[in-house]
Ligand binder design. Structure first.
Ligand SMILES: [Zn+2]
Ligand SMILES: [Zn+2]
Length: 323
């Protein structure tokens, strides 16, 4: 299969984009050069109507994204269609989706991740050992500086990052892999029963972004982590997603982070299960740079590894593949 769409892209509007040349017109020009039939811009967005965004999301609003897009959505781009989407967020710790029904009305499609597991205490709770370590620091501060108000003690202890605490308490033994894998599955299950997602499903195309790809885990170790996700658990999640009419994203960036060898790539195995459960797919690079858009070439290899035909592709992007 030839994949001629990329609907997971971040440009300068996303806070994590470091390519200062990654403007909307630069992306459009590059996608046209690559011969794409459909290009979707999907910056990180938290709907300003939904209270509870972290500081990181506070400026990544729908209003700002629309301003950044400017008039490009309506411009002509040769034979290539431009779609306005976003990658929103799901805070599993609070069962909170960062997109309201009204907010979703601004978009052609949504990408929703469950596995931004590096967002501690938002998507995934602190490891229990880290919670204890933080409590110990707080207790020490309270003892040495009894004049400090409680709120300051809380704030000071909260500023210590996981990496700091691991250094302060080198004796900590944390089974990181077990916690991450549990969260990886729990967050997927929780997202699927989120009341807001259930309202949105079917109203506009929604694709689950990089499902099961644990963000924050070293790339070289991802295969090892993912080996512990059981086939039957993946099948249960994908069956539920297919029943709700949700699409599953084939995130070429996340897949190739695991391995460029499609025969030794646990994400490919998991997405094969998704196909068997009747899921349909969308493709995206998750590029944060102009150059990164070239990774879509690997989409063809992903499609071939999964033996996809156009019938396996989500209807709204189906014109942008060739069997
Ligand atoms: Zn993501
Ligand atoms: Zn992304």
């Amino acid at each position: 299969m030839k994949v001629l769409h990329d609907i997971h892209t971040h440009n300068v509007f996303s806070a994590c984009c470091e390519d200062k040349t990654a403007s909307t017109p630069a992306y459009i020009a590059k996608e046209m050069e690559l011969g794409m039939r459909l290009f979707g811009l999907s910056n990180h967005i938290w709907d300003e109507r939904v209270p509870g965004a972290s500081g990181w999301y506070r400026n990544q609003t729908i209003l700002k994204a629309k301003e950044a897009l400017g008039s490009f959505l309506t411009c002509e781009h040769g034979d290539m269609k431009l779609r306005f989407g976003c990658e929103t967020e799901y805070y599993a710790c609070r069962d909170l989706l960062g997109m309201s029904e009204e907010g979703a009305g601004n978009f052609d499609y949504l990408l929703i991740p469950h596995s931004h597991l590096h967002m501690r205490n938002e998507v995934m709770a602190d490891f229990p050992e880290i919670l204890e370590a933080r409590a110990k620091v707080r207790a020490d501060l309270a003892e040495k500086m009894p004049y400090l108000p409680e709120r300051n003690l809380d704030a000071m202890a909260a500023t210590l990052r996981e990496a700091d605490l691991v250094k302060i308490f080198p004796e900590l033994e944390i089974d990181v892999m077990a916690y991450i894998n549990k969260a990886n599955l729990d967050t997927f299950r929780a997202l699927l029963v989120n009341a807001n997602l259930q309202k949105l499903a079917g109203k506009l195309p929604v694709s689950i972004a990089h499902s099961f790809s644990p963000c924050g885990v070293p790339h070289a170790k991802k295969n090892e982590y993912l080996a512990h996700i059981r086939d039957e658990d993946a099948a249960e999640c994908y069956r539920a997603a297919a029943k709700m009419g949700l699409y599953i994203e084939l995130n070429v960036g996340a897949i190739t982070e695991v391995s460029f060898d499609m025969t030794n790539n646990r994400l490919i195995d998991l997405y094969r299960i998704a196909k068997a459960e009747g899921c349909q797919f969308t493709f995206g690079t998750d590029s944060h740079s102009v150059k990164g858009l070239e990774l879509i070439e690997w989409g063809d290899k992903v499609a071939d590894a999964l033996e996809l035909t156009s019938g396996d592709i989500a209807e709204f992007v189906r014109d942008a593949v060739i069997d």
